[in-house]
Write a protein that binds this ligand. Structure first.
Ligand SMILES: [Zn+2]
Length: 248
């Protein structure tokens, strides 16, 4: 589904638009015209990545022209399909330097898959396939996708190693925020080892200084304009020493 001249949403499940597997996060393709990149390939339940590839083709794009697979954070609804995508496509894999070793190892404990299974979020038989990471990202790193420029922001809080990206050079400025902030300033609080309130607030305040039009999150509503208002709402809650409302 094409959102703008630069951006397509090609997957997403129950907390999305039902475009692909039930557990998939929003899966995006960045389209510069000359080059394509895939942001978070989803959970990777059997057959679900085929649906995502079909959706890319249905949008008139050739999946074999994808050159970069960019992973925002190591939760399985975002990266479970990374190994399959890396195997089937001609892509370099990008992830945060913090998350990279856990993604390479398929470390279920580090990515909180063990507790997510115990909480019945994910099927007990699900496993996280290890995936190579080619490029390790840190604060300020720039990624070029044709004429599109992504600036890397380290945004822990939802989990350690979480990245957000400001994308410029297209028809508007986008915050590719993954699970940092959602419509109405909501966030995802979870009783997992690396979900941290103080880090969450610092990540929000860092991005409060940036201007952007579109908030492109990992789940639920997408805001193509006025997206900054949602980040501002979360910052306001933190500034009152409170916490933003939980999405779940
Ligand atoms: Zn997450």
């Amino acid at each position: 589904m094409q959102l703008t001249s630069d951006l397509h949403v090609v997957g997403g499940g129950y907390f999305g638009f039902g475009l692909s597997g039930h557990l998939d996060c929003h899966v995006y393709v960045l389209n510069s015209g000359s080059e394509l990149a895939l942001i978070d390939p989803g959970m990777g339940m059997p057959g679900d990545f085929d649906t995502i590839l079909d959706n890319i083709s249905a949008d008139g794009l050739d999946p074999l022209k994808l050159r970069k697979l960019i992973l925002t954070h190591y939760h399985c609804d975002h990266i479970g399909a990374a190994a399959e995508a890396q195997r089937r496509l001609d892509v370099e894999v990008y992830a945060s330097a913090f998350a990279a070793p856990f993604i390479r190892a398929g470390d279920e404990k580090a990515v909180a898959l063990d507790v997510a299974k115990a909480a019945n979020f994910y099927p007990a038989e699900y496993t996280l396939p290890p995936c190579p990471v080619d490029v390790e990202l840190a604060e300020g790193d720039s990624i070029a996708v044709g004429n599109l420029q992504l600036e890397t922001f380290e945004t822990p809080g939802h989990c350690d190693g979480h990245l957000s990206f400001l994308m410029r050079g297209g028809d508007r400025v986008y915050l590719l925020g993954a699970d940092l902030v959602f419509w109405g300033g909501k966030v995802v609080w979870q009783n997992i080892h690396d979900c941290r309130i103080d880090a969450y607030a610092d990540s929000m305040f860092k991005l409060e200084n940036q201007d952007f039009d579109a908030l492109i999150p990992g789940h639920l509503q997408i805001s193509l304009s006025g997206g900054k208002a949602h980040l501002d709402a979360a910052c306001a809650a933190f500034r009152q020493l409170g916490i933003p409302p939980n999405l779940l």
